[in-house]
Design a protein around this ligand. Structure first.
Ligand code: 16G
Ligand code: MG
Length: 545
């Protein structure tokens, strides 16, 4: 049948190293760049099949996010800009791992199982980050699409969320916006300037933000955006890729995990700063105080401020919409407590990974979802958007309600609802802080994080750990959960859980407690329990102090 011969011939130019097995993980394939050429070609094939199946444009993003420069990876984007549906992740893994001679058979199996009409047109949008390997790897994706007779559009260098946005615009026939970078910038910056108008007397200091671009694509794109922002926001961009290495001692992941300033940034005490990750789908904020202490405002603090802002606006607008915050087990206990007991918003907990949070957030009129690591966005249901629109156009309401409705409308426009977007989240946070006239320190004092610690344990097979209750309970191996429960009881305000990583060959341990010493001790003791009960390899975990 059509194009199979072409696929067969072309796949020979993207050979699979015999025996190599890779898994479509939490966020696609991710490994050392030199192992990925055949994966990219094959993901070009799979995206083409997915496009034929959904009769819509599919996205393929070449990036390894916060991983080192030497790595790379690929994520597929579904028609509404969401991550590839989990029912197709298995196909991605099959297609990636099938040996060269079996490629056509495996592909035909997928076509048959999914009853794909091969005469259907296919369209694939491709984007890439700044890694040196990304150019040839994204070409391999384009080769795959072409071999199977699909059409492609190469967006070149874009952030991951920008590519998600383009796919959604294309498949909603422009209802979500126009599928160009120029229009992405103008939509977001217009919404920002309309929101910023509601902030009174902002000083230059308040308008200023330092951005750590992780030496990646986010730095390039935020600079492109700058000219659209005019004087509404003044950015100092550090780690813009002109000197430093991608994600090396900088970026959102480094800052969150190390709880310290990235290198390459020059700031004064009290200055508001944020860091993006390597593909600009994560953001965290921070500042240093007069004593030089570092203060992190992570995804939990971001979600708290956004949901507070939205809840106040809903009240002022007189709109009865159900708002919820979706978190993972990594959310700091203080944030969950504050949201549930002070803010009185619904809080849901899901498994780690954006697709799980995104899915849960869709259950509500307004779903604010954030991982503590800074990955998140806000989803508005169609009904919620309509109600807000109606209110904006209602001529019989008072000024206060009208103002709140307009603020909600512009908030919708500033948000990239397809996936967490560092640039869009940054603009939203800057707008909220401006409107509320709030400093980063004031934002930080909304609640105090419980001290916490994350550790990794190496085991011979991390799959021996199965979890339940959104990863908060270990079901296997026998005795592990009981051991964790016993250890947690020794400390105040304590909580701990373990889970196999979806991106690294390790078991992750999380612990929090009333003091840093307790959190560290608990994390260490739980690591020992994992090491002992789940087949630890190498040296026994050592205490932190
Ligand atoms: C991926 C996920 C991220 C999650 C992380 C967990 C996406 C787009 N990215 O990077 O959300 O926090 O994996 O990694 O879903 P881990 O399983 O190694 O802890
Ligand atoms: Mg990322």
């Amino acid at each position: 049948m059509a194009h199979f011969k072409e696929v067969n011939e072309q796949s020979g130019l993207h050979p699979k190293p015999a025996g190599l097995v890779l898994q479509y993980g939490t966020a696609g394939f991710r490994t050392s760049a030199n192992q990925l050429d055949h994966i990219m070609f094959r993901m070009g094939l799979l995206a083409t099949l997915r496009s034929k199946k959904t009769k819509a444009t599919i996205g393929v993003m070449v990036t390894a996010s916060h991983n080192p420069e030497e790595d790379n990876g690929v994520k597929l984007v579904d028609p509404m800009g969401e991550m590839l549906t989990s029912s197709w992740e298995g196909y991605a893994t099959q297609l990636a791992n099938t040996e060269q001679e079996e490629l056509l058979t495996t592909m035909k199996d997928i076509i048959e199982k999914e009853a794909i009409d091969m005469s259907q047109e296919a369209n694939v949008f491709v984007g890439k980050d700044t890694r040196s390997s990304s150019a040839s790897l994204s070409q391999a994706v384009l080769d795959g699409v072409k071999a199977l007779g699909g059409h492609s559009k190469d967006y070149g260098l874009v952030t991951t969320p920008q590519l998600h946005y383009m796919v959604c615009c294309q498949n909603t026939q422009g209802k979500y916006g126009e599928a160009t970078l120029e229009r992405y910038y103008s939509k977001l910056s217009q919404a920002f300037s309309l929101l910023a108008k509601n902030a009174s007397n902002r000083t230059d200091d308040q308008k200023h933000l330092s951005v750590d671009g992780a030496n990646g694509i986010g730095a390039i794109k935020v600079r492109e955006m700058e000219s659209h922002l005019k004087k509404d926001l003044q950015l100092s961009i550090f780690n813009d890729g002109s000197r430093g290495k991608l994600n090396h001692q900088c970026g959102a992941d480094f800052v969150k995990v190390q709880q310290k300033l990235p290198t390459g940034i020059k700031i004064n005490p009290g200055d508001r700063c944020c860091s993006f990750d390597g593909d600009a789908d994560r953001i965290v904020y921070y500042y240093t105080d007069a004593q030089g202490h570092f203060h992190l405002l992570d995804g939990d603090k971001i979600a708290t401020l956004i949901s507070t802002f939205l809840k106040e606006l809903l009240n002022e607008a007189g709109l009865d919409l159900k708002i919820a915050v979706v978190q993972t087990a990594y959310a700091n206990g203080s944030s969950t407590y504050y949201l549930e007991n002070t803010m009185k918003v619904i809080v849901r907990c899901t498994k780690t990974g954006v697709k799980h949070l995104h899915h849960a957030a869709k259950e509500f009129d307004i779903g604010v979802y954030f991982e503590a690591n800074g990955h998140g966005t806000v989803l508005f249901s169609e009904e919620a958007e309509e109600k807000i629109q109606q209110l904006v156009h209602n001529t019989n309401i008072n000024d206060e309600r009208k103002k709140a409705a307009l603020l909600l409308q512009n908030t919708i426009n500033i948000i990239n609802q397809t996936v967490g977007d560092a640039i869009s989240d940054m603009l939203l946070m800057e707008a909220i802080l401006a409107i509320k006239g709030m400093t980063v320190q004031q934002w930080d004092t909304i609640y105090s994080d419980l001290p916490n610690r994350q550790l990794k344990v190496k085991v011979s097979d991390r799959r021996v750990i199965e979890t339940a209750d959104a990863e908060r309970k270990a079901v296997t191996p026998a005795g592990l959960q009981e051991a964790i429960d016993g250890l947690v009881k020794k400390y105040k305000q304590a909580r701990s859980f373990v889970r196999p990583s979806g991106t690294e060959d390790v078991v992750r341990v999380y612990a929090e407690a009333d003091t840093q010493e307790s959190a560290d001790a608990l994390a260490h003791e739980v690591s020992l329990a994992v090491y002992g009960l789940a087949g630890g390899v190498g040296d026994e975990p050592k205490p932190l102090h």
